[in-house]
Design a protein around this ligand. Structure first.
Ligand code: NDP
Length: 322
């Protein structure tokens, strides 16, 4: 018996249907996993609403999970039944058992629990490429991070502090402000603040080399106003809706750069995926970055988890237990 959360038609959390599905057989290059933990990510909302399109419907949403290898397809040589593995970026995670491409899987190191692994792969590897590659942060710089108490945000704040950066985090409530201060953020601003004015004050007018913005539509222009001339706007998500602004604004606001990066591109090659995952496991095992699994729901209650995420009630990472 196998169960999954499937979406038959796009819409609200009520479109997440818990149902019996066949247990798949691994094809060549694939691995059958008995999943122990599934990561909740904002991209799951985009697939549910239809902002991002699945290749076919109905679709088992979810991109991230951890579990135990049950069987391997032909050609899979480096994994065997019993191995503990985790992955990010493979659609079909909201299931008790699933098949996944072996090339997407990494072994979970000792000392990291399945729940932590499911919570950190997607959000943590994203934070990793954002602070090291999209813009290679340098000690002494000052940055702004939106949704700083969220899944990616919490990890990004800690990683940036580990590099020696001054972090200005933006959050919607005083409780979240206290949370990010606890993670090491130097300044906690509220979404209701005049953010560019505060940044000007904090930086004595210099403004910022880079802004990390996962909110999208609502914060795009504010973020541009926090940058110094030729600064970089990293727009890596659309929690409030996609950005549709005309490019002319970049000229008007000081020859700014914008990038819209995705984890998929940064970990498309197996060697990049393994290097990014190892980098992440290392900062977590060293204690420099802590993974806050702040909410846990049974997988069959995924609708409740989506409601919590979209209504901004979650902090850190959320895990769904099959
Ligand atoms: P979060 O835990 O960060 O949850 C979203 C947060 O965004 C909320 O808690 C809220 O924080 C803030 N927010 C601001 N405006 C809204 C709004 N209108 N509706 C809902 N939330 C809002 O989620 P994740 O960590 O899973 O993802 C964060 C972002 O990063 C998402 O946009 C996601 O798409 C993106 N992402 C991008 C990746 C990539 O490869 N480019 C990979 C992974 C994630 P507050 O209440 O403090 O404002």
């Amino acid at each position: 018996m196998n169960h999954a959360i499937r979406v038959h038609e796009h819409g609200g959390p009520e479109k997440l249907i818990w149902e019996e599905v066949p247990k798949p057989d691994p094809k060549p290059g694939e691995v059958l996993l008995k999943q122990t933990a599934v990561g909740l990510n904002y991209i799951d909302v985009y697939f549910r609403t239809g902002l991002y399109k699945a290749p076919s419907m109905p679709v088992t949403i979810g991109m991230e999970g951890a579990g135990v290898v049950e069987a391997v397809g032909s050609g899979v040589i480096d994994l065997k039944p019993g191995d503990r593995v985790a992955y990010a970026g493979a659609l079909g995670a909201y299931a008790e058992a699933r098949v996944a491409p072996a090339e997407k899987l990494v072994k979970i190191p000792a000392g990291v629990t399945d729940s932590q692994a499911a919570a950190m792969m997607l959000q943590g590897m994203t934070a990793c490429f954002l602070v090291k590659q999209t813009y290679a942060l340098k000690k002494g710089e000052t940055i702004l991070v939106h949704a700083a108490a969220g899944g990616v945000g919490s990890i990004l704040v800690q990683w940036a502090k580990h590099i020696g950066v001054t972090v200005i985090g933006v959050v919607s409530t005083p409780e979240k402000a206290a949370l990010i201060k606890g993670l090491g953020a130097d300044h906690a601003l509220l979404t209701s603040d005049n953010i560019p004015a505060k940044v000007k004050e904090i930086t004595s007018g210099a403004m910022l080399p880079v802004v990390y913005d996962s909110v999208g539509k609502d914060t795009f222009l504010t973020s541009l106003d926090c940058l110094r001339p030729r600064g970089l706007m990293i727009s890596y998500g659309n929690a409030s809706g996609p950005v549709t602004t005309d490019l002319g604004i970049l000229a008007a606001k000081g020859s700014l750069y914008v990038t819209r990066p995705t984890l998929n591109t940064y970990t498309a090659k197996r060697e990049d995926l393994v290097a990014t995952a190892n980098d992440l496991f290392a900062v977590v095992q060293s204690g420099a970055v802590k993974i806050g699994v702040n909410q846990t729901f049974p997988l069959k209650d995924a609708a409740k988890a989506h409601t919590a995420l979209e209504s901004r009630q979650t902090t850190g990472s959320t895990v769904l237990i099959p």
